[in-house]
Each structure stands twice: as C-alpha cells, then as structure tokens.
Design a protein around this ligand. Structure first.
Ligand code: HEC
Length: 136
C-alpha cells in the first residue's frame, strides 16, 4: 500500500467512526425527542387514585390520559373544560350516561362500577390532565 492509499483508508475510517458516533448520539438522544413538557410522565401522588379509577372505568373509551379512542371522545379537550362541562356533568355522565350530542361516537352508557366519590377523584385527575395540556 502506498502512502496516499493508506491516507485514503484512514480518512474513510475516520468518516465511519464519525457517522457511528452521530448515530449513537441520535439513539441516546431520541427518548427526549418524544417527550414534551406538556406531557409529564409522572402522575402526582394526589391524583393517583383518580388515575387508577379513570383507567379502570373510563379509559377504554376516553383513552389513557383522556386522549380519546375510536369508542369515545378526548376529555382533555376544550369543550370539557370546567366552564363548559363542570364537575356535575362528570357525575351525571357516570350516573346516567350521556346521549350523543357533541360527537359521532354514539351514547355513553352509565358506568355503575364507580361511586360518586370515585368520580370526584376522576374529576381531579382529568382537571389535572387538562391543566397540563393548558386547557383550564
Ligand atoms: C363505553 C364508552 C364510554 C365509557 C366507558 C365512558 N364514556 Fe364518557 N363518553 C362516551 C361518549 C361516546 C361520550 C360523548 C357523547 C357525546 O356525543 O357528547 C362521552 C361523554 C362524556 C362526558 C361529557 C358529558 C356531557 O355532558 O357532554 C363526560 C364528562 C364523560 N363522558 C365522562 C366519563 C367518565 C368519568 C367515565 C368513567 C367513569 C366515562 N365517561 C366512561 C363514552 C364512554
């Protein structure tokens, strides 16, 4: 191998090394790309009970963290802020169900597996989610 060829080989390895480092940095850095400040991962202790009740009774339609599913609308949405749908609307929805009027998902059946106290906890949790999203 003459000198010029050796230099070319070395340059190629430097390039490969640099690219691998860049790739490594991208892989290590990627978890931060996905999470945004408005979506905190940790639910504060005071809302954990409400979160558990929500996940067990409401999330199958309203989605984890209230983002909605093909079965039901997002509760983290402007139309469900406290001024439009106060806490009583949540108690009424759970106790009596909801006739479809805002969306095309159909009616919400009443949820008989929750007590009014459970719904109070759920409301606190949903209001917190809404605040995180800048809604109330
Ligand atoms: C089987 C699916 C389903 C489940 C389970 C469910 N919901 Fe709903 N919910 C819906 C649908 C669909 C609507 C939208 C009705 C409409 O078109 O306005 C709705 C609407 C609501 C509304 C708005 C009420 C209003 O006055 O407009 C609230 C509040 C609500 N749900 C709370 C809850 C809570 C709290 C739970 C759990 C205890 C729950 N939902 C469980 C399907 C569901």
């Amino acid at each position: 191998m003459n000198g010029t060829r050796r230099q070319a080989v070395r340059q190629r390895w430097i390039l490969v090394g640099g690219l691998s480092l860049a790739l490594l940095a991208a892989v290590i850095g990627s978890p931060q790309v996905g999470s945004s400040a408005s979506q905190p991962v940790v639910t504060p202790a005071e809302f954990k009970k409400g979160a558990a009740a929500f996940n067990a009774n409401c999330a199958r339609c309203h989605g984890e963290r209230g983002v909605g599913t093909p079965q039901g609308p997002p509760l983290v949405h402007k139309i469900y802020e406290p001024n439009h749908h106060g806490d009583a609307a949540f108690q009424r929805a759970a106790a009596m169900g909801v006739r479809a009027h805002h969306w095309q998902f159909g009616d919400m059946p009443k949820v008989s597996t929750v007590t009014p106290a459970d719904v109070d906890e759920i409301i606190q949790y949903v209001r917190w989610l809404q605040r995180q999203a800048g809604i109330n």
